[in-house]
Design a protein around this ligand. Structure first.
Ligand SMILES: Cc1cc2nc3c(=O)[nH]c(=O)nc-3n(C[C@H](O)[C@H](O)[C@H](O)COP(=O)(O)OP(=O)(O)OC[C@H]3O[C@@H](n4cnc5c(N)ncnc54)[C@H](O)[C@@H]3O)c2cc1C
Length: 405
């Protein structure tokens, strides 16, 4: 059953303002206007109208980020009306998808064309452009994050004009893969897909030592491997997903196993509201880093019951990727949104930083632009391109000023 988290209620500065809250309920904003364009020309008109009125513009996806990336007192755009798989070509493997499409609405149309997304994260409720814009990823040591699946993007810029980012300018495309909404409004995404594939999911309960001992070999033998460590009882739930041609019914009677097409197997349903901090560390630092996080939690935070997730991610070329040019292990801490988490996260964060960690752009962390610059080799290039594309900060907000400078 879903927890009944009430969003924080703050006094409204402007009685005409429209309220927006994120999924977790840890943040929200009062926007001067919320617009719901249903076509690219309507997005262009909304951006131009915001410019005429001197309003900043931010776009909301599904509000599944824990950082105030969406928050604005200006114009907030919801792209829920810009939804659907526009085309899917099994020969080229390319699919054009409207930017506001929820991930769960992409799987079946692609499957009907014999295609699938190469990987998905833990849930599929995010808007496609929202998931891409913060570098959302799943697990699998040979699999890259979702933005790596982008072949092309259409973005409405600060002047209201549409720019296409594609292989004709690979650098600009690598910049735009993870853009935090800072380059403009993404209206359409061309995804490079793979042929539909079935996965055999197996979940096992192991001790942390057993999980770490098998990590290297078992993660090589399966397409996906990850674990959740439960601190209270100190065990790991290890999930492996292997490619299979077997029918779903072949494991129907067995506990802890499932077979189905990838888009039905990969996403979980998360109903309890939580907050999260996640860092990506170099793959070789992952095991020691997890051991240090576990010790810190056992010694100083025995009250935390929410699990720690340990995943693998292949290196990619996106400028702001947490896996930029390095194979990666991601370590995620969770806490119930109604319980104190600041001190817990702040106490574990130095361990993740010490290991060379880069924080997930959509999740909680305490870094500012200077600290992030030191961890992202292409940070200054991204900031310079942003300066060129949006010198007046039409697409800015307070959080972007903090993390991008
Ligand atoms: C339950 C849960 C599970 C999660 N699981 C994972 C996981 O497995 N892996 C992982 O990496 N992360 C995960 N996340 C984090 C989540 O995927 C990211 O925070 C993601 O960005 C949220 O997508 P959204 O559609 O909700 O976007 P929002 O949070 O609404 O927005 C995110 C950013 O995208 C921008 N944006 C949205 N649409 C557009 C557009 N059309 N044009 C330009 N900018 C746009 C917004 O302005 C903002 O900057 C999870 C979060 C939750 C709450």
């Amino acid at each position: 059953m879903a927890s009944m988290t009430e969003p924080e209620t703050e006094p409204r500065a402007d009685p005409g303002a429209e309220r927006w809250d994120n999924w977790a309920g840890n943040l929200g904003c009062d926007a001067a206007r919320i617009e719901r364009p249903a076509s690219e020309p309507e997005v262009q008109e909304a951006v131009r109208s915001a410019a005429r009125g001197g309003l900043p513009v931010r776009v909301a996806g599904s509000g599944h980020s824990f950082q105030p990336l969406v928050a604005t007192e200006g114009m907030l755009l919801s792209l829920d009306g810009l939804s659907g798989v526009l085309s899917a070509d099994p020969d080229s493997g390319l699919a054009r998808v409207a930017a506001g499409t929820k991930l769960h609405a992409i799987g079946e149309p692609l499957h009907e064309a014999g295609l699938a997304m190469q990987n998905l994260g833990d849930v599929d409720v995010q808007a496609l452009a929202g998931a891409l814009s913060t570098g959302t990823h799943g697990t699998g040591r040979t699999l890259r994050n979702l933005p790596s699946q982008i072949e092309a993007l259409r973005i409405v810029g600060a002047d209201g004009e549409v720019r296409v980012f594609d292989a004709s300018d690979p650098d600009a495309l690598d910049a735009a893969r993870i853009s935090l909404g800072a380059f403009g409004v993404i209206t359409e995404v061309t995804l490079r897909c793979v042929p539909s594939y079935r996965l055999h999911e197996t979940t096992r309960r192991l001790s942390p030592d057993e999980a770490m001992a098998e990590a290297d070999a078992v993660s090589r033998a399966n397409r996906h491997w990850e674990f959740w460590w439960y601190p209270g009882r100190d065990f790991c739930e290890v999930k492996t997903l292997a490619l299979t041609d077997a029918e779903p019914e072949s494991v129907a009677e067995e506990r802890w196993q499932r077979i189905d097409w990838s888009h039905r197997i990969l996403p979980s349903v998360r109903e309890l509201r939580f907050v999260e901090m996640e860092y990506s560390v170099p793959a070789e630092a992952g095991p020691d880093c997890f051991v240090a996080v576990r010790s810190r939690m056992q010694e100083r935070h025995p009250e935390v019951q929410w699990p720690v997730e340990y995943r693998m991610l292949a290196a990619d070329s996106a400028w702001l990727s947490t896996a930029h040019e390095r194979d990666t292990v991601t370590i995620s801490l969770h806490q119930d949104v109604l319980l104190p988490y600041q001190e817990f996260f702040a106490d574990v964060e130095p361990i993740l930083l010490e290991a060379g960690g880069r924080p997930h752009w959509g999740k909680l962390h305490n870094l500012d632009a200077n600290a992030l610059r030191a961890r992202h080799p292409r940070f200054d290039d991204f900031v310079a391109l942003r300066e060129r594309l949006d010198p007046e900060r039409r697409f800015g907000n307070a959080h972007l000023e903090k993390i991008l400078g």
